[in-house]
Write a protein that binds this ligand. Structure first.
Ligand SMILES: N[C@@H](CCC(=O)N[C@@H](CS)C(=O)NCC(=O)O)C(=O)O
Length: 218
């Protein structure tokens, strides 16, 4: 049985990616939750101190994208079937993994937050525009299905935390991006993750700063 060690459901964008992937593909796993307290508490879970980490019979695989690739070797349907769509899905997953730092920084994942909306920097707005255009291009390549490339793939798992950020900070989106956001928000695993986030007690100090900047409640 796989074991997936994850951090806070409210705050850990990286943890959501492999979690939703395993859930979507109905892969059984034991979930281990670690606190997200800024301490080195994760060292007991994974050697680089960062979560998520997947254990397969004692063999550990860390980093959300590496976990996804590891699983895709066993479940090839995790990437789109058509070579061009598969290549593009890898491009946009890699871009998500290494980019969008302004969006990440200004709108940190906080699933319990329901902000009224606030001013974003030009760089963060450019990140969002880029994401919307990547989603649009993906949908143009998509086969049947409502997800980025039709059927749910690793690309959707990689962008799942962005969907929460756009939703929780009430970011206004073009119509096609809003449709995709809502498809993802309706995914049963996204809703299960949200219930898990609401059940958590942990509140990080930076929350008050965010509420001040964006208005709203948690
Ligand atoms: N690139 C890594 C990032 C993992 C990461 O930064 N995880 C955060 C939780 S969201 C963490 O473990 N932080 C603990 C710390 O910084 O001490 C991945 O994709 O898994």
């Amino acid at each position: 049985m796989y074991q997936l060690s994850i951090a806070s459901k409210n705050y850990s964008s990286w943890s959501l990616r492999p979690w939703i992937l395993l859930k979507h593909f109905n892969i059984e796993f034991v979930e281990k939750n670690a606190p997200l307290d800024g301490e080195q508490a994760y060292r007991e879970y994974v050697e680089n101190g960062l979560l998520p980490c997947l254990y397969d019979d004692g063999f550990n695989v860390w980093d959300s994208l590496a976990i996804a690739e590891f699983m895709a070797e066993k479940y090839p349907k995790m990437w789109p079937e058509k070579a061009s769509a598969r290549a593009r899905a890898r491009c946009i997953s890699a871009e998500m993994h290494s980019g969008f730092s302004h969006l990440r920084c200004e709108l940190p994942m906080n699933i319990k937050l329901r902000a009224q909306g606030g001013d974003l920097s030009l760089s963060a707005r450019q990140d969002i525009e880029r994401i919307c255009s990547l989603w649009r291009e993906a949908r143009q390549l998509a086969e049947a299905g409502p997800y980025l490339f039709g059927a749910f793939s690793i690309a959707d798992a990689m962008y799942a935390p962005v969907v929460w950020r756009l939703h929780c900070y009430n970011v206004q989106l073009p119509e096609d991006a809003a449709i995709y956001r809502d498809v993802m928000l309706a995914h049963p695993a996204m809703q299960e993750w949200e219930r898990g986030a609401f059940a958590e007690k942990l509140v990080l100090p930076r929350e008050d700063m965010l509420l001040e900047a964006f208005g709203g409640r948690r």
